[in-house]
Ligand binder design. Structure first.
Ligand code: LLP
Length: 429
C-alpha cells in the first residue's frame, strides 16, 4: 500500500501534485511519502511485537535503504532504531535524532576507527562478523574502559533474495561467522574485558517474498541458541535481520495489504515461541521501498526501425537498480492516460554514455512526448542512497511530502559542490 494516486487525472503524492514538485524543484527528483513510511513502520513494528516472545521486539531501520534526513527523522520520531553499516551512517543516525542506545552497527568490514567511534558514541550493539573483529572490538573497548555489547552474526548457509547480488546468507557469501565457530568464539569472548556477547544475528538476503527461507534459517538459529546455552553461554538477543520483499509490480487498482508482513510475523512467532530472548529486526526496503518515486521528464524520442527509445532526464547514476540487478520498476505517467489511449513499446533510457543506462526495454506505455513527466515507482529503497555523480551529473534533489505540504530535504547538488572538492596536483596547478 502507498500514497501515490491519481486525482482528476494527475498523479499525486498524498495531497501534493507531482507536476507541482517538478515545476518548483525541477527533475529528476525523488519524492517520498511520510504517510507511507509511517504506515509501513507501524504495521511492521506492531506485527513483530505481537510475534516476539513476551512482546520484546526492537526494530532497527536499515538506513542504507534510504538515508535521507527527512526520512530518518520521520522514523526516529516513530521510535525506530537504526541499523548502520559505517561511521557515516552512525553519524547521520545520531544527527537525525536516533538515540545511541537504539543504534546497531553491522557490516562485514568495520575499521578500527569506526569501531572506536561506535563504542565512544555508546551504541546499543555491534554485530561482529569475524574473529579478528571480536579481538579488535574488545581491545578498543578495554582501552576506552568500556564493555561494548555485541552479538555474533552467524552465516546460516541459507541464501535467499531477489537477485544473486543481494543474497547474503549462503556460506558462499562473505558475511558472518560459521555455525561451527560460534561456540569457540563465545568461549574466547567470555575472557575478554572490552566486549560482552549478548546473542546472535543473521541476515540472509534482500527482496525475499516468501517465508520458507527465513523459517529454515531461523529454525537453525533457534537450535544454535539451545546448544550455546547448553554450553553455558548467554543468549539474550536474536537479531533476525531484514530482507522482507515488497511488490514492485503495482497495477494501479491493486491494493497490496500487509499479508506478507503478517505471514512473516506468524512464522517468527511460531519459530521463537517459548524462547527467552529479545528479538531484533533490520528492515530497510519494507519500510521505505513503496514510499518513494523517482520523478523524471522526457527529454527526447529516438525512433529506430525496430525500437522506440524514450530518453528521460534521470539516468543509472540516479537509480542504478535496473542496470545493476535487472530490477523492475513500474512507470506511471504523471498525467493519467485515457483507458483507450494509444500505446507504444518504449526502451526507456537515460542520458549516460553507455548502453547499460537502460531502465526498461519494450515497456508498453501510453504515447509520450518530450516534456511529459513520468514516475519510476517503488524507488524509495536503494534509489537515492545508491546514486552517484557518474558522468559529472549532479546528485538529484529529494523531497518529503506530508499531507498537503512538502519540503526539499536534500536540495539538488550544485555545480560548485560537484566540482569544488577536486584538487589539482601541485605540478599541474
Ligand atoms: N541488515 C543487513 C545486515 C543488511 O545487509 C541489509 C541489506 C538489511 C538489513 C536490509 O535489508 P532489506 O530489508 O532492505 O532487504 N541494493 C540492493 C539491496 C541490498 C541489500 C543489502 N543489505 C537492491 O537495490 O535491491
Amino acid at each position: 500500500m502507498h500514497h501515490f494516486a491519481y486525482r482528476n487525472g494527475s498523479l499525486f503524492a498524498e495531497e501534493v501534485a507531482l507536476s507541482r514538485i517538478a515545476a518548483e524543484v525541477g527533475t529528476p527528483v525523488y519524492v517520498y511519502s511520510s504517510a507511507t513510511i509511517e504506515r509501513h513502520y507501524r504495521l511492521y513494528e506492531a506485527a513483530m511485537k505481537s510475534a516476539a516472545p513476551a512482546g520484546k521486539a526492537h526494530v532497527f531501520y536499515a538506513m542504507k535503504a534510504n538515508g535521507n534526513l527527512g526520512v530518518l527523522k520521520t522514523l526516529a520520531a516513530l521510535g525506530a532504531g537504526a541499523d548502520t553499516v559505517s561511521e557515516g551512517e552512525i553519524r547521520k543516525a545520531l544527527a537525525a535524532g536516533f538515540p545511541p542506545e537504539k543504534i546497531v552497527f553491522s557490516g562485514v568490514g568495520k575499521s578500527e576507527s569506526e569501531l572506536r567511534f561506535a563504542i565512544q558514541a555508546g551504541i546499543y550493539q555491534v554485530n561482529i562478523e569475524t574473529e579478528r573483529e571480536l579481538d579488535l572490538l574488545s581491545r578498543i573497548g578495554a582501552e576506552l574502559g568500556k564493555r561494548q555489547e555485541a552479538v555474533f552474526r552467524v552465516n546460516p548457509d541459507i541464501g535467499a533474495g531477489g537477485h544473486a547480488k543481494i543474497t547474503t546468507g549462503s556460506s558462499e557469501n562473505k558475511f558472518g561467522v560459521s555455525f561451527e565457530e560460534v561456540g569457540r568464539l563465545y568461549a574466547r569472548a567470555a575472557n575478554m574485558s572490552g566486549v560482552r556477547i549478548m546473542g546472535l544475528a543473521l541476515h540472509i538476503g534482500s527482496q525475499i517474498r516468501e517465508t520458507a527461507s527465513f523459517e529454515a534459517a531461523y529454525t537453525k538459529m533457534v537450535a544454535l541458541v539451545g546448544s550455546l546455552r547448553g554450553e553455558g553461554h548467554r543468549v539474550d538477543r536474536l537479531d533476525l535481520g531484514g530482507g522482507l520483499g515488497i511488490p514492485y509490480e503495482m497495477p494501479k487498482d491493486f491494493d497490496h495489504g500487509p499479508e506478507l508482513i503478517d505471514a512473516y510475523a506468524a512464522m517468527v512467532g511460531r519459530v521463537t515461541r517459548g524462547l527467552d530472548v529479545e528479538l531484533g529486526f533490520e528492515p530497510g526496503r519494507m519500510i521505505v521501498g513503496n514510499a518513494g518515486v523517482l520523478l523524471t521528464r522526457v527529454l527526447h524520442l529516438n525512433p529506430r526501425p525496430t525500437k522506440q527509445f524514450l530518453v528521460v532526464d534521470a539516468a543509472m547514476n540516479d537509480l542504478v537498480r535496473p542496470a545493476m540487478y535487472e530490477a523492475y520498476h513500474e512507470i506511471w505517467p504523471v498525467t493519467e492516460a485515457d483507458a483507450d489511449a494509444a500505446t507504444v513499446a518504449y526502451d526507456v533510457v537515460g542520458p549516460i554514455c553507455e548502453s547499460g543506462d537502460t531502465f526498461t526495454s519494450g515497456r508498453v506505455l501510453p504515447t509520450l512526448k518530450p516534456d511529459d513527466l513520468i514516475a519510476f515507482m517503488t524507488a524509495g529503497a536503494y534509489g537515492a542512497s545508491m546514486s552517484s555523480t557518474y558522468n559529472q551529473r549532479l546528485l538529484v534533489a529529494e523531497v518529503l511530502v506530508k499531507g498537503a505540504e512538502y519540503a526539499v530535504t536534500r536540495p539538488r547538488q550544485s555545480y560548485e559542490e560537484l566540482l569544488g572538492t577536486d584538487r589539482a596536483p601541485p605540478w599541474l596547478a
